[in-house]
Design a protein around this ligand. Structure first.
Ligand SMILES: Nc1ncnc2c1ncn2[C@@H]1O[C@H](COP(=O)(O)OP(=O)(O)OP(=O)(O)O)[C@@H](O)[C@H]1O
Ligand SMILES: [Mg+2]
Length: 254
């Protein structure tokens, strides 16, 4: 069953002083099946964050349709959107979006607090995730006291803590060194094996080569996609890297 259906999605930004229009998304269509692990790649400015924000109902499209878990997003009432998001989605923001007035731990608990969960349950959920992400030692600190890579892992923990069926991650390894990247990718593999669906925007060929499918966006449209099939991570790595070269050199759609 498909967990996400996107059809003919458009987003045009009009700059504040009128005049200039940016067509961030021109015509994006794709579907994601429940349990898939999909990476999205594309050059800076190609519309990846715009797309994720629309999928999470944090922004509205100019045209087209998004169906999440069988529900058309623009038909969900404004008042129900945040509950819908909280119950279905985990979102990792490109700029982390942590609250400086809350400790690391409270930032991670936030979605569960909003869902009215018990403290004991929150702690039981956090312990394994914090261990896997290597952030156990910093839970009592505040976001302004930790590094960029640590913030990123905290943002990932906050997205995973509710056990969402769909995880939308905007460059979740962008601020991480290679060891932390490997740990995060290991965690994503593990939760995907348990059945959670992942849609991850990334600039990292290595991160993309862990996915089951890689979508490439260029000029606001899906340009190409690669299915893993029986490829190993290494074989997929080479295919992704070849496609990126083609994209950068302006190759024709194939
Ligand atoms: N709020 C906004 N107002 C006007 N233009 C915007 C706005 N947000 C994004 N854009 C423009 O839309 C285009 C797509 O931006 P977007 O942030 O989706 O790119 P991206 O693929 O996520 O890039 P990156 O890899 O650098 O994160 C860019 O040209 C950007 O300048
Ligand atoms: Mg972006």
């Amino acid at each position: 069953m498909s967990i996400l259906e996107v059809s003919g999605l458009k987003k045009t930004y009009t700059t504040r002083f009128g005049g200039n229009k940016v067509e961030a998304l021109k015509n994006v269509s794709f579907g994601v099946e429940e349990g898939e692990y999909v990476a999205i790649m594309g050059e800076s400015g190609s519309g990846k964050t715009t797309l994720l924000n629309i999928l999470a109902a944090l922004d509205k499209p100019t045209g087209g349709r998004v169906c999440l878990d069988g529900q058309e997003l623009n038909k969900i009432k404004e008042a129900q959107i945040s509950a819908f998001r909280r119950d279905h989605l985990g979102f990792v923001f490109q700029d982390f979006n942590l609250l400086d007035t809350f400790s690391v731990e409270d930032n991670i608990y936030l979605p569960l607090v909003l869902a009215g969960r018990h403290y004991t349950e929150m702690r039981e959920r956090l312990t394994p995730i914090a261990g896997q992400l290597g952030i156990t030692e910093i839970l009592k600190k505040y976001p302004y006291e930790i590094s960029g890579g640590q913030k990123q892992r905290v943002a990932v923990a906050r997205a995973l803590i509710t056990g969402p069926r769909l995880i939308l991650a905007d460059e979740p390894t962008g601020a991480l060194d290679s060891r932390a990247t490997d740990e995060l990718l290991g965690l994503f593999n593990a939760i995907n094996h348990k059945g959670q669906t992942i849609l991850m925007v990334t600039h990292s060929v290595k991160a993309a080569s862990h996915a089951g499918r890689v979508l490439f966006i260029k000029d606001g449209e899906v340009f190409h996609q690669i299915y893993r099939g029986n490829s190993t991570n290494e074989q997929l790595y080479h295919k992704v890297s070849d496609t990126l070269t083609l994209l950068a050199t302006g190759g024709d759609r194939r």
